[in-house]
Design a protein around this ligand. Structure first.
Ligand code: CA
Length: 231
């Protein structure tokens, strides 16, 4: 498994390279966006980890360029929560993201999960443009309009409800703690509390139920742990 790691901070890069090599990944480390694109042109990679803040261009721009010729799974590393909004908003075809600081073990787990998803999703690699945003199911995401449909009916969601539900859609059957949901859906997670998450989930469930009785059960509560999306 060949991994392209693009990260300009040596301390973070060293830790990740070590963790990935321990897990038997073959790692190519690039310090800049251009070095990453050059490496990508010269060699085929199975996975890319892109830091957003790079000296010469953003990780988002690197992803956009990669997507011109490849549907390689991409995991973004973000330093600021504000960047998460841009990743979600731009819909660049990144597969996941983690916010710094993170543990190398978390990165390895995310990579394995993404690879499992992409292997289950399609036997033959599809061109980037044709890659489905999410697997087919009762909930459908329209990334361009930034809308989510339930059984064909468009849900009238607030911005935070949309981001929250999107986090669930992208992480099916995975328990998400309130902290993880806050990190992913709020630009400033310090400003809100666990109760905020609970209130938003209650509202999302009500909107799902309004479309179809029972649809609210897509989001299940795991007491003491968080929430789980079961499509
Ligand atoms: Ca950086």
């Amino acid at each position: 498994m060949h991994v392209l790691l693009v990260e300009d901070e040596p301390a973070i890069a060293d830790t990740l390279v070590y963790a990935l090599k321990t897990e038997c990944f073959d790692v190519h480390h690039a310090l800049t966006g251009q070095a990453a694109l050059d490496a990508f042109a010269a060699k085929s990679f199975d996975f890319a980890i892109l830091d957003i803040g790079l000296p010469d261009m953003t990780g988002l721009e690197v992803c956009k360029k990669l997507r011109e010729s490849s549907s390689v799974p991409v995991l973004f590393l973000t330093a600021r929560d504000g960047e998460v909004d841009r990743i979600l908003g731009l819909e660049l075809g990144g597969d996941d993201y983690v916010t710094k600081p993170f543990s190398p073990r978390e990165i390895v787990a995310r990579i394995r999960a993404i690879l499992r998803r992409s292997q289950n999703g399609s036997a033959a690699p599809a061109p980037a443009a044709a890659k489905p945003e999410l697997p087919a199911g009762p909930l459908q995401h329209d990334p361009h309009a930034m809308r989510i449909h339930c059984h064909g009916t468009e849900l009238d969601l607030t911005a935070h409800e949309y981001k929250l539900l999107l986090v669930f859609l992208k992480n099916p059957r995975r328990v998400l703690s309130r902290d993880q949901l806050l990190d992913h859906a709020w630009a400033d997670p310090g400003a809100v509390t666990d109760r905020t998450i609970d209130a938003h989930i209650k509202s999302i469930r009500a909107k799902l139920r309004a479309v179809k009785a029972g649809a609210e059960d897509f989001i299940q509560t795991r007491r003491g742990l968080g929430y789980l999306f079961v499509p």
